[in-house]
Design a protein around this ligand. Structure first.
Ligand SMILES: [Zn+2]
Length: 106
């Protein structure tokens, strides 16, 4: 047994419209949009899924979309920094190696 959100009359759980005052009962249509930590974690662990969910939910579930998008963004930034670090170390090692060989050519 549920109660009408407008007039408070007892109505059927499955009722879409209150039979007494005709007020729409939206309980079942509401989506949960809690922007929870787990959604951020999902975006962090699976950034591609995070990006897809962000684009799919940015209008209907803005808080959750932001959480999952932030997770994907954080891992993306970490990944970009890590990539630059590895690339920088690798290039530096190669350049040092070339310089060393040039210096000892004779
Ligand atoms: Zn009602």
């Amino acid at each position: 047994m549920a109660f009408c959100r407008k007039c408070g009359e007892a109505i059927d759980d499955e009722a879409v419209v209150c039979p007494y005052c005709k007020a729409p009962q939206m309980v079942r249509a509401e989506v949960s949009d809690d922007g929870g930590f787990l959604w951020g974690l999902l975006g962090f662990l699976v950034p591609v899924a995070g990006l897809v969910l962000f684009l799919a939910w940015k209008d209907s579930r803005p808080k959750t979309a932001r959480a999952v998008g932030m997770g994907a963004l954080v891992i993306g930034l970490i990944g970009a920094l890590w990539f630059e670090f590895v690339l920088g170390v690798t290039l530096s090692a190669i350049l040092h190696n070339i310089a060393f060989q040039l210096a000892h050519l004779q």
